[in-house]
Design a protein around this ligand. Structure first.
Ligand SMILES: NC(=O)c1ccc[n+]([C@@H]2O[C@H](COP(=O)([O-])OP(=O)(O)OC[C@H]3O[C@@H](n4cnc5c(N)ncnc54)[C@H](OP(=O)(O)O)[C@@H]3O)[C@@H](O)[C@H]2O)c1
Length: 235
């Protein structure tokens, strides 16, 4: 399969790449993130651990339309077939509407909503032509419920979830599956320095396992939504 994952240099994105790479099917990966060095280290690490895969990495900032256009042209220079797209890139910025810095909403919406919207639109025509593919939109439980200090992060996750739900309806006749992933806390770099016990929350691999399973059903079955929380509930 040809698999595109945004924000794949670490955290959930890397864990998702890992689980597909580990099945020994020789998938081809197109991974992006903003930091070139970290992305290349991840790409090389995965290529080394899973020699059957084909690993391509390219710097791309999903909040920048031009950067995404370059990313997509580069992908189409290598393949025309997209089997899986994982819209995962994101940054966690807690805050409150009433006192957060001016411009934070725009920054978050650029990543979560506009980034996902534009990248998906650039890739969709080729997927629609062949009537196949699976799009996973990594949202959050913050898209389901407002909470204290959620601020623009939660607002942007609500927006991305809304996008994903609309896309699911739209893509039904085109044979393209759309799955909204709504995880609670899972231990990644977003949590390092928080003082949280990694055992209190989920592992990045937990989310990756569910995505892998959803990607392996019959063509006529679509997992629309996956909600996951730590066993002890939200923190
Ligand atoms: N971990 C959780 O508890 C949790 C819970 C619910 C939802 N989520 C969602 O899951 C996704 C991944 O989170 P994570 O915890 O794995 O975060 P993470 O460990 O901080 O990793 C984020 C990844 O996204 C990349 N990235 C950030 N901004 C980007 C941009 N503008 N363009 C391209 N790549 C970008 C980062 O690399 P660069 O910095 O180099 O760009 C990195 O590879 C996010 O959308 C997050 O909201 C996470």
């Amino acid at each position: 399969m040809n698999i595109i994952i945004t924000g794949a240099s670490k955290g959930l994105g890397k864990a998702i790449a890992e689980i597909f790479a580990d099945d020994n099917q020789g998938h081809t990966f197109f991974l992006c993130a903003r930091n070139k060095e970290v992305l290349e280290i991840t790409g090389k690490e995965l290529q080394h651990r899973f020699p059957r895969i084909n690993m391509y990495t390219k710097v791309c900032d999903v909040s920048d339309k031009e950067s995404m256009q370059e990313f997509v042209s580069w992908i189409f220079g290598l393949t025309n077939k997209i089997d899986i797209l994982v819209n995962n890139a994101g940054i966690f910025l807690p805050g409150s509407v009433h006192n957060e810095q001016d411009g934070v909403l725009e920054k978050m919406m650029d990543v979560y909503l506009y980034g996902t919207y534009h990248l998906t639109r650039l890739l969709l025509p080729k997927m629609m032509q062949v009537k196949s593919g699976h799009i996973f939109n990594i949202c959050s439980i913050a898209a389901l419920q407002a909470y204290n200090n959620g601020g623009t992060y939660s607002i942007s996750e609500f927006a991305k979830y809304g996008f994903s739900k609309n896309l699911r309806e739209e893509m039904k006749p085109y044979g393209i599956k759309v799955t909204h992933i709504l995880p609670g806390a899972a231990y990644t770099d977003s949590w390092s320095g928080s003082g949280i016990d990694p055992k209190r929350i989920m592992e990045a691999a937990d989310i990756a396992k569910m995505i892998y399973a959803a990607a392996h059903l019959s063509p006529q079955a679509c997992v629309e939504e996956i909600i996951m929380r730590p066993q002890l509930g939200d923190i």
